[in-house]
Design a protein around this ligand. Structure first.
Ligand code: GN1
Ligand code: MG
Length: 361
């Protein structure tokens, strides 16, 4: 399997083994192990990413910019094959790229301590900061309207029109919840028309398994860069809230396990702001807490919509999988909303601390 791809990249097939790797929901990922070297091979899901070339162009532009402006920065770009291409169409008709495997790195699906959360938040903040002067209009939108909450809500409404009566009945409770949080969409509509909210270079998938860690829980670098494109910083911060605050993740069926660890909120705020604090506008900063509501709500809507649409996007490992995921996200949203007063106190505390440091107190 994949022999033609390995040959294409100049690798001797007999020296390598190929195994499925990671837990992404969209692309298919494999680890290629050799005696001295290892690689990550990824098949792009081109029913989601319709123009794999756009991804490739974006990553090449960013790599070139970062190599020139910050040569020490670890940006894991796809490798070039023997003819200089970093994306190839294999014998099976699918698109693939090969990445170097970063030695000594691993991914996690759960966060156990705030140090790792802080370190990941620093990495995501640093990425956007280092690209602050890069002209983001040069980038393609690899997924148009990816984090457009207005569109996600419309897709949900559309699914309500086409879903079977049985599915509508099963999801009755969640549909009501989705409608109950409509205020989040109103706030979203407000900030997207506000000129002080900037379009920046955003990762758009900051869940914890898209960060590589070393054995001491330091975040080494970011991976899963297909959705890097212009966007709002709220997408990145919000998805960290969605995936770092609860000790149980979006797959958890026991909703009692979904709780909000407010100290992790503090770690994200401190980490992200240590990089982006001097770059974000005051208006952008006001939406820091809101980012979590936006992204948790969006993911709840996306899972629910997919359940109603017979799991065409995310797939399902068991009957009702996407409905369970939606329930999970709405439980998380409830916890997050309830914790808002504590989040505000944390932000005030950290800001005070930072001010004292700047003033040399
Ligand atoms: C998908 O591919 P993966 O698992 O990293 C999805 C994200 C969702 C996430 C939910 C292109 O990310 O937007 O937040 O699943 N990516 C795409 O787990 O739709
Ligand atoms: Mg991923």
């Amino acid at each position: 399997m994949f022999d033609d791809i390995l040959i294409n990249f100049g690798l001797n097939v007999s020296e390598y083994t190929v195994r499925p790797f990671g837990s992404g929901l969209i692309n298919y990922t494999f680890k290629i192990n050799g005696v001295n070297r290892a690689y990550i091979l990824q098949q792009i899901n081109n029913s989601v990413f319709k123009y794999p070339d756009h991804i490739d162009n974006n990553l090449a532009l960013i790599k070139q910019y970062l190599d020139e402006t910050n040569p020490g920065y670890l940006f894991v770009a796809p490798l070039k094959n023997q003819t200089g291409k970093s994306i190839i169409q294999a014998a099976d008709g699918k698109f693939y790229r090969l990445f170097p495997f970063i030695d000594g790195s691993h991914t996690v699906n759960f966060l156990q301590d705030t140090k790792a959360a802080y370190s990941a938040a620093v990495q995501f903040g640093r990425f956007t900061r280092l690209l602050n002067r890069f002209d983001s209009s040069k980038l393609e939108y690899t997924l148009i309207d990816f984090h457009n909450l207005k569109l996600r809500f419309e897709q949900f409404e559309q699914a309500l029109q086409t879903a079977s009566d049985e599915k509508l009945k099963q999801a009755d409770h969640e549909i009501e919840k989705a409608r109950g949080y409509i205020e989040i969409l109103h706030t979203y509509n407000q900030f997207t028309t506000n000129k002080d909210i900037k379009l920046r270079v955003i990762h758009h998938d900051t869940k914890i398994n898209n960060v590589l860690f070393d054995d001491a829980q330091n975040a080494l670098c970011l991976v899963d860069l297909d959705t890097v494109m212009p966007g709002y910083y709220l997408s990145d911060v919000g998805d960290m809230m969605r995936t770092y605050l609860s000790p149980a993740n979006e797959e958890e069926k026991d909703l009692d396990k979904i709780i909000i660890r407010t100290d992790f909120f503090g770690a994200i705020y401190k980490g992200y702001m240590s990089e982006m604090g001097s770059i974000l506008t005051e208006t952008e900063k006001q939406f820091f807490i809101f980012s979590g509501k936006m992204m948790i709500y969006m993911q709840g809507l996306r899972f629910l919509t997919d359940f109603l649409n017979n799991d065409v996007y995310y797939g399902a490992q068991y009957e009702g999988h996407n409905l369970i995921r939606a329930k999970n996200q709405f439980k998380l949203l409830e916890g997050y909303t309830n914790a808002e007063p504590i989040f505000k106190e944390i932000i005030a505390g950290v800001d005070k601390e930072l001010l004292a440091t700047t003033n040399g107190i």
